[in-house]
Design a protein around this ligand. Structure first.
Ligand code: MLT
Length: 245
């Protein structure tokens, strides 16, 4: 995706397995901020500049990076660990996708956990600030689109369309993503199980299962668990809860 394609719009970054799920979880658990960076060296340098006050989190190849405090499992970002702490995070695809969207007017982070909240906020912001385009940016895996991100984007689009009382136009890919979400969930009262089944077939899901991290799939499928919407402060480059901006 060329950087300029989101310029002036609202970008919602989706990396269901697992960066966006983990960022939402960390902020919900009271982290002061999440600072996404692309390179491991940059993360170490920033931590040194904080005199060790900030935590280092993220993954390479799905696993803990040597010298880091936390991996990329949402389960690790519990209140007792992250409350009040700044976190510097680098992941293979998710933090890279965030970095590629800094030309957007507003950058939000979406996952199944906060999909209705992020959709509502984006629709509201677009109408209040006169922004015409909301871009769902799927992080994917090493340049490949993944089913779980496509589905996550579809779930946000579906919620956004229900939220929006203005005329909206979906491009064909957004139509497809929303239809795919509706097909998978299919009016089920147990959407989490349906999503989980689909994660098991997806590229990101299979990678995590191979690494013995299947329990993260369950955490990532907890639809609408939180109201929190991470938003990138373009001045500091930190993600904080939109309400705290
Ligand atoms: C990423 O950003 O590449 C992912 O979230 C990968 C992972 O968590 O394993």
């Amino acid at each position: 995706m060329p950087r300029e394609s989101v310029a002036g719009g609202i970008a919602i970054i989706v990396d269901v397995l697992r960066a966006s799920t983990t960022i939402v979880t960390a902020l919900e658990a009271g982290a002061a901020f999440v600072k996404p960076v692309v390179e491991v060296e940059e993360a170490h340098r920033l931590r040194s500049s904080s005199n060790g006050a900030w935590l280092l989190g993220g993954e390479r190849g799905g696993v803990l990076i040597p010298g880091f405090d936390l991996g990329n499992s949402p389960a690790e970002y519990c209140r007792s660990v992250v409350n009040g702490r700044g976190i510097i995070m680098t992941t293979t695809n998710g933090t890279l996708a965030i970095e590629r969207c800094v030309a957007a007017e507003i950058v939000l982070v979406g996952s199944f956990l906060n999909r209705s909240a992020v959709a509502k906020e984006a629709v509201l912001l677009a109408s209040n600030r006169g922004v015409n385009a909301i871009h769902l940016v799927c992080a994917g895996t090493n340049g490949h689109e993944t089913e779980e991100d496509f589905l996550g984007a579809g779930s946000i689009i579906h919620a956004g369309v229900l939220e929006s009382n203005r005329n909206h136009l979906l491009d064909s890919k957004s139509e497809k993503a929303s239809a795919e979400f509706r097909r998978v969930v299919n009016g089920s009262s147990d959407a989490q199980s349906q999503l989980l089944e689909s994660f098991h077939q997806s590229l990101g899901g299979r990678n995590l299962i191979d690494l013995g991290m299947e329990s993260d799939l369950i955490l990532a499928a907890a639809m609408d668990q939180f109201r929190l919407v991470p938003c990138l402060c373009l001045k500091t480059g930190r993600l904080v809860s939109f309400d705290a901006l």
